[in-house]
Ligand binder design. Structure first.
Ligand code: ADP
Length: 846
């Protein structure tokens, strides 16, 4: 099988051969061009690699030595070696391979030429012999035949006509001549035919096949040379050649020898030192050099009437932080668990040591570190919280002891004229808790049978034969003017003003048990009314079937309640006008859930006035329950369209109710979230103005709200906003209130820095919260400091961060917000100022 046998066709095969040769020539030229490019790029690559080495050497680290650093130096050295090999190859390609391809192109062109001219020549001969010669002889033959036939006919005519002589001879000669010529032509034709047959045979069997075969051989030789050339090219461009491999192997072996565990051995060896000694941070008694207070000698947390509020506040702070910390810890532990599962799965897939596994392992280590830090924080917070909490628990329901001997030291009341713009400036360094009997930082503590003085306690509780369970039917008792129902003990202190003032109440600690509270010796005393097995009531003396009778007897006989205390009942304290009977209110469905219990819709039985009824869950701890009525006590004194109005209190029995005006559109936050989108900027300004007016009213009354936020405002008819939820509020003479803590979580994102840091609540701290409320209003109920935890928000605020203006918030309103968030509380505006500004803004068209 070859060209000679299969490619004889002068048409298709020949054309195909010519086309093949053209394409092959082009291929060779392309290869030549590519080799050029390859040489260029290899030279450049070699140069770039060498550049890496130069850069690395320029930045070589000389002052430390680690296995990894040494390995890196090997990497760089071998990079240079590889660069050298590549350059060398490029030069060889240029000098040898390129020359060869040029020669091959020349050969190819020659071969092409030889075939073309050879073929043209033999094809021409073939045509000459086969076509032209034979045809020429053939037409000569036919011509000679025609002439001979004519000469014969003429000779026969002469014979038949009987011609003789010259005429006959002439005809005869002509006939003979023509016949001779015919015969000669016949022979020529025959020879030409024979020659053509032989030529054709030669052409078909020898000339053309030989030419084609010889051409094929030339072609094959060139193909061989090309193969050789390409092998040469491959060899010179093969980056996996022995020398490259050995260079890479060298790097590989160096890297394989690296052991992370040994990485820092020599470094450690070189730099090892003893760990720093523990710093002595024990309690340093030199703090007593200036002043030694005997109460502080124990190096324990002191809990007294001076520190009670701050201790509770700090405890709440620790509690809050601890809760935050535990939540974060839980979250991180969960993340760690997930990460470990992911890593185990990756390891199963055999990706150990691969980057994706490395990333996960690093994340796992980061999580473990974060967990350790959180555990450390948790440990600290737990210890701190326990230090405070154990003191608080130790104190239990008792009043805190005096922190200072007030016989010798008195705390001066705030001086007249200290009030600025309705807010009294803080002068006293003593925080006066509301638990103290209103004495402004001093005064003996109240005594109660729940916490009686030791003498009263003996008289009241150690009297054998009496049970302390009272089965007395509450109905007849509730009719007594001096029976105040379930008011908290703390409130009694304020009701008992004169010596001998008395009242009876239901114990908030033990519902069903009744207590007589009397002001005696300048302080309130509390006596548990004992009941015996027969269901009779007594103190020390005679027993009576009803409490009414017992009290009436004590009052009218003017006999001391107990001999030791000498307490005499002089004036019954009447219950206040706000008192409603439970039967006066018809309770409806639930409106919401408050801190103390559910808030229900209701109507007054008499005139069907719609009301909201706040209830207090009986299961709450006594301390918490006592605070429930505080809101009512505060609200009793207020009457303003932007303050939720109190209607009455049902405290005759448990559960105690606070009855308030029904504010139909619910809490402000939910209102903003649900309907904020339909409100215009002017409406939002008006609602903010309502809140400011309510707060300005409270400011004038020295009332500190302490929990101002959209969730604690209500929305009434015509979108009127009313300040509500006075559960944390206090009216303070000196304008400062210290958090009593415990019950409610501190609303960190709403609370001013000084209130957070020192528990110092003032109207100015309310102004801060008002700024946050404004932000809530104009962000239509978003949660402040979006995306930040309480802790993060606190820290950022301390570093000067303030929230940016909500979308579409007028600049003037944002300026009010910023002024409310001045770090220095004295720089914040008064509510009366804010009211004036918003009044002006409410007249603009936004
Ligand atoms: P607490 O003072 O116990 O925290 P709130 O004052 O926050 O209770 O009341 C809880 C919910 O009860 C409010 O969010 C609101 O939906 C509803 N609510 C409270 N007071 C009223 C009222 N006077 N009129 C209408 N709904 C009220």
């Amino acid at each position: 099988m070859g060209f000679g046998h299969h490619l004889q066709s002068g048409g298709d095969a020949h054309q195909a051969l010519l086309h093949l040769m053209d394409q092959e020539l082009k291929l060779l030229e392309t290869i030549q061009r590519c080799i050029h490019i390859r040489i260029k790029s290899d030279r450049e690559y070699a140069m770039a690699l060498s550049g890496i080495t130069t850069f690395a050497n320029k930045h070589k680290i000389l002052d430390i030595e680690t296995p990894t650093l040494n390995a890196w130096n090997t990497v760089i050295e071998e990079t240079e070696t590889v660069s050298r090999y590549i350059k060398q190859n490029a030069e060889e390609l240029s000098s040898v391979t390129l020359e060869r391809i040029t020669a091959l192109i020349r050969d190819k062109k020659q071969t092409q030429q030889i075939y073309k001219t050879g073929r043209e020549r033999i094809d021409q001969d073939f045509k000459q012999v086969v076509d032209q010669e034979v045809n020429k002889q053939k037409s000569k033959y036919k011509e000679a035949g025609r002439e001979t036939s004519q000469a014969k006919r003429k000779f026969e005519e002469s014979v038949s006509k009987g011609k003789t002589g010259r005429d006959l001879d002439s005809a005869k000669d002509r006939y003979v001549k023509k016949t001779r010529k015919l015969h000669a032509t016949h022979n020529d034709y025959l020879l030409a035919t024979k020659s053509a047959i032989l030529h054709q045979n030669g052409y078909r069997e020898t000339l053309l096949p030989r030419l084609l075969d010889s051409h094929q051989q030339n072609q094959e030789e060139i193909a061989d040379q090309l193969k050789d050339l390409l092998s040469d090219y491959q060899k010179k461009t093969n980056l996996s050649r022995k020398e490259f491999q050995s260079s890479h192997r060298k790097v590989e072996e160096t890297l394989a020898a690296l052991q992370s565990k040994e990485e820092y051995n020599s470094f450690i060896q070189q730099h090892k030192h003893e760990p720093p000694p523990y710093v002595n941070i024990d309690f340093d008694k030199s703090v007593w050099e200036e002043y030694k207070d005997p109460m502080l000698e124990k190096q324990e947390v002191v809990l007294n009437n001076l520190t009670f509020e701050t201790v509770q506040h700090s405890s709440t702070m620790f509690e809050t932080s601890l809760r935050d910390c535990k939540a974060q810890l839980d979250e991180k532990l969960k993340q760690l668990n997930d990460k470990e599962t992911e890593i185990a799965e990756l390891q199963k897939l055999g990706t150990e040591g691969k980057p994706e596994c490395g990333v996960k392992t690093r994340e796992q280590r980061e999580l473990s570190q974060a967990i350790n830090e959180l555990k450390c924080t948790e440990m600290k917070l737990t210890a701190q919280e326990e230090m405070l909490q154990s003191k608080i628990s130790e104190l239990g329901d008792k009043e805190p002891p005096a922190g200072i001997d007030i016989a010798d030291v008195s705390v001066p009341p705030p001086a007249a004229g200290e009030k600025t713009g309705g807010i009294k400036k803080i002068k006293s360094i003593f925080y006066t808790g509301w638990k103290m009997g209103g004495g402004g930082g001093g005064g003996r503590q109240s005594v109660s049978s729940e916490d009686p003085d030791p003498n009263d306690l003996q008289e009241e509780t150690n009297d054998d034969g009496y049970h302390d369970v009272n089965m007395f039917p509450a109905k007849s008792l509730t009719d007594e003017e001096w029976y105040h129902g379930a008011i908290p003990r703390t409130e009694t202190s304020q009701l008992l003003k004169e010596e001998g003032d008395f009242l009876v109440r239901e114990s908030s600690q033990k519902p069903g048990e009744y207590v007589l509270s009397v002001k005696w010796g300048g302080i309130p005393k509390h006596f548990i009314i004992q009941s015996n097995a027969e269901g009779q009531f007594r103190f020390e003396g005679q027993a009576f079937p009803t409490i009414n009778q017992l009290i009436t007897h004590q009052w009218q006989s003017r006999q001391p309640v107990t001999k030791k205390s000498g307490t005499i009942l002089a004036n019954p304290v009447q219950k206040d006008k706000w008192e409603l009977s439970h039967d006066d209110v018809i309770i409806g469905e639930k409106l919401g859930r408050g801190n103390f219990g559910d808030v229900m819709r209701g109507v007054l039985k008499d005139d069907k006035t719609p009301v909201a009824v706040k209830t207090c869950r009986e299961t709450l701890p006594k301390q918490v329950k006592d605070k429930f009525l505080m809101e009512a006590r505060i609200l009793k004194q207020y009457d303003h369209p932007n303050i939720v109005r109190l209607i009455g209190v049902c405290s005759q029995r448990h559960p105690v109710y606070i009855v308030m005006e029904l504010v139909p559109n619910g809490d402000f936050l939910t209102f903003l979230r649900n309907q904020g989108g339909t409100l215009t900027t002017n409406q939002l300004v008006q609602m903010s103005l309502d809140a400011a007016s309510g707060m300005a009213y409270l400011e004038a009354k020295n009332c500190i709200h302490r929990d101002l936020a959209a969730r604690n405002c209500l929305v009434g008819n015509n979108n009127a906003v009313k300040i509500s939820d006075f559960g944390m509020s206090r009216e303070e003479e000196d304008g400062v209130y210290n958090v009593s803590g415990g019950m409610k979580q501190i609303p960190i994102k709403w609370t001013a820095p000084e209130a957070m840091n020192y528990g110092r609540y003032t109207t100015e701290s309310d102004v801060w919260s008002y700024g946050v409320l404004l932000w809530e209003v104009f962000s239509l109920g978003s949660t402040p400091y979006p995306g930040m935890t309480n802790q993060a928000a606190r820290e950022k605020i301390e570093h000067g961060y303030r929230m940016s203006a909500p979308e579409n918030c007028p600049q003037e309103v944002y300026e009010v917000m910023l002024s409310c968030w001045k770090y220095q509380c004295s720089e914040r505006p008064l509510f009366s100022d804010i009211e004036t500004i918003l009044q002006r803004l409410s007249k603009l068209k936004f």
